[in-house]
Write a new protein. Structure first.
Lengths: 115, 117
């Protein structure tokens, strides 16, 4: 079964810093991997999706890398802002059999960016 | 596009009662919807996969007789928590798969906070 670990569990930084959020997963047989943002008591907002054949994906100040063979993905947030405060979730997607189309979530990294 | 709604956004009920949560895809038809549960500071755990016109597929450890799922139309799936108990208190989130896309393109609803007294 796919196990997803996110480090750090929590991060508190002043605004303006460049941040690194790490995600590791145990089963490298993935179709792709998504990064989500979750605000307190809210649903999920998709930030980036990286196909298994890609090495990285960028959207604005966000950049996500994927090393499928080693089971790792990293989310970089440039010039962090208070509005970035949220929980960030990593979710690899299974690529075969009963895992196809299923998202597996980590516990997330709770980010606080203070002014 | 690809908006998913949930109703209600929060509900409080007495122990022993049943609660129904709706998940709707507003601007697309979803043959497959997913139901997740999230306890405080925990990850989202998949409870079941809901397929329109057929029985839901439940994950190991999820009681199908307690968590009834009905996917009667291409835009609506419902989750009914029967005989709810305080340990069922959680955040329930649904997602809908957008047809014609890769297997994992899911759009998430805003979630429903269930509190059982």
């Amino acid at each position: 079964k796919q196990e997803v670990t996110q480090i750090p569990a929590a991060l508190s930084v002043p605004e303006g810093e460049n941040l690194v959020l790490n995600c590791s997963f145990t089963d490298s047989a993935i179709y792709n991997l998504q990064w989500f943002r979750q605000d307190p008591g809210k649903g999920l907002t998709s930030l980036l999706l990286i196909q298994s054949s890609q090495r990285e994906q960028t959207s604005g100040r966000l950049n996500a890398s994927l090393d499928k063979s080693s089971g790792r993905s990293t989310l970089y947030i440039a010039a962090s802002q208070p509005g970035d405060s949220a929980t960030y979730l990593c979710a690899p997607n299974g690529d075969r059999g009963s895992t196809l189309g299923r998202l597996y979530f980590g516990r997330g990294t709770q980010l606080t960016v203070w002014p | 596009g690809a908006v998913v709604s949930q109703h209600p956004s929060w509900v409080i009920c007495k122990s022993g009662t049943s609660v129904k949560i709706e998940c709707r895809s507003l601007d697309f038809q979803a043959t497959t919807m997913f139901w997740y549960r999230q306890f405080p500071k925990q990850s989202l755990m998949l409870m079941a996969t809901s397929n329109e016109g057929s029985k839901a597929t439940y994950e190991q450890g999820v009681e199908k007789d307690k968590f009834l799922i009905n996917h009667a139309s291409l835009t609506l799936s419902t989750l009914t928590v029967t005989s709810a108990h305080p340990e069922d208190s959680s955040f329930y989130i649904c997602s809908a798969k957008l047809p014609g896309t890769s297997a994992n393109t899911q759009y998430f609803g805003p979630g429903t906070r269930l509190t059982v007294l």
